[in-house]
Write a protein that binds this ligand. Structure first.
Ligand code: PGA
Length: 287
C-alpha cells in the first residue's frame, strides 16, 4: 500500500505516488512505439490519476519515445526507461549500451536484472549490483528486478532467495540514493506466456519480506520510501486484487500492457482500487 513520506524537512507528510510501468520487451518498431507514446500522452491530458507511469521500450525506440512523452503537459508523470544497460560509461563492449547513452536518449529510469536477463543472458547478482550503482551514479532511477524460479518456490526458499538478490543488488548503495530505487518482485514462474500470476498471499509475504530486508539494511524511514511493485501475468482483472495487498506500491506489466488502451485500463483500475488518497501526493525528487 502507499505510505506517506516527507519530501522536505519541515513539510507535511505526503503520500508516495504509486508506480505503474510496462516493459515492451523485444516488441514494437519505432513507429509503433511512438504511436503508443502519443496515445498515452493524449490519455494523460484528460487524466488525474495519482500515479507515476513509466514505459520501457527497446533501445531503438528510446529516444523517439522520450521525445513523444516530452510533449505531455499532464500532471500525470509519464516517464521512459531502458530495459537494460552496461555499467561502464564507455569502452570496448560490443553490442552494449552505456548509462551515458541511456541518459542521452532521454531515459529517466533503467530496468535491471529482469528474470529473462538473468535466465537467458547471464545476468548475475554481481552484474546487477554494478548496474544499479552505475544507474544511480548517472541519475537514473534503478528498477531492480528480483524473482524466484519454480524450483526455488518448490524448495520453499523464496524469501531467502529474493532477499539475497536484493541485498547484493543494493550492496554499496547509500540510504540517500535509495529514493531513486524501485524494487520489482517478478517471479519467473509468473511472467510471460504460460505464467500464472502469484496469489495475493504470496505477493504479500514476499513484499513484506523485501520490505523487512530494506529495513534491516537502511532503517525504517528510508525503507518505507522505496516502492515495491509486483509483476507477472498482471491483467486488468487481477489488478484490484494486487492493489489491495500490503506493501504493493504499483505494478510492472508485460503482455497485458502492450496495447495502450489496456495499459490505461490497468492504470485506471489500480488507481480506482486504491481509492481517494488521504493527502495530495507529489513526486519525491525526480521519481
Ligand atoms: P507479463 O510480464 O506481464 O507478460 O507476465 C511481466 C514482466 O516480465 O515484467
Amino acid at each position: 500500500m502507499s505510505v506517506t513520506v516527507n519530501s522536505d524537512a519541515g513539510s507535511e507528510p505526503v503520500a508516495m505516488r504509486d508506480w505503474l510501468g510496462t516493459s515492451w520487451k523485444m516488441n514494437k518498431t519505432v513507429r509503433e512505439a511512438v504511436t503508443y507514446a502519443d496515445d498515452l500522452v493524449a490519455w494523460a491530458a484528460d487524466s488525474d490519476v495519482d500515479a507515476t507511469v513509466c514505459i520501457f521500450p527497446a533501445f531503438t525506440a528510446l529516444s523517439a519515445v522520450a521525445q513523444a512523452l516530452a510533449r505531455s503537459t499532464s500532471p500525470v508523470p509519464i516517464q521512459v526507461g531502458a530495459q537494460n544497460m552496461h555499467w561502464a560509461d564507455a569502452g570496448s563492449y560490443t553490442g552494449e549500451i552505456s548509462p551515458l547513452m541511456v541518459r542521452d536518449a532521454g531515459a529517466h529510469a533503467v530496468e535491471i536484472g529482469h528474470f529473462e536477463r538473468r535466465a537467458s543472458f547471464g545476468e548475475t547478482d554481481a552484474t546487477v549490483n554494478r548496474k544499479v550503482k552505475a544507474a544511480l551514479r548517472h541519475g537514473l532511477v534503478a528498477l531492480v528486478c528480483v524473482g524466484d524460479s519454480s524450483s526455488v518456490r518448490d524448495f520453499g526458499v523464496v524469501n531467502e532467495f529474493v532477499g539475497m538478490q536484493l541485498k547484493v543488488a543494493l550492496s554499496g548503495v547509500s540510504a540517500a540514493s535509495l529514493q531513486e530505487v524501485i524494487v520489482a518482485y517478478e517471479p519467473g514462474w509468473a511472467i510471460g506466456a504460460g505464467g500464472v500470476g502469484a496469489s495475493t498471499k504470496e505477493v504479500a509475504l514476499v513484499h513484506g519480506h523485501l520490505r523487512s530486508v530494506l529495513v534491516d539494511l537502511y532503517g525504517e524511514a528510508p525503507a518505507r520510501e522505496v516502492r515495491i511493485v509486483y509483476g507477472g501475468s498482471v491483467t486488468r482483472e487481477n489488478v484490484p486484487d494486487y492493489a489491495a495487498v500490503s506493501d504493493v506500491d504499483g505494478l510492472f506489466v508485460g503482455r497485458a500492457a502492450w496495447d495502450v488502451s489496456e495499459f490505461v485500463n490497468i492504470i485506471e483500475a489500480f488507481c480506482a482500487a486504491r481509492g481517494p488518497r488521504s493527502a495530495p501526493s507529489q513526486e519525491v525528487a525526480v521519481r
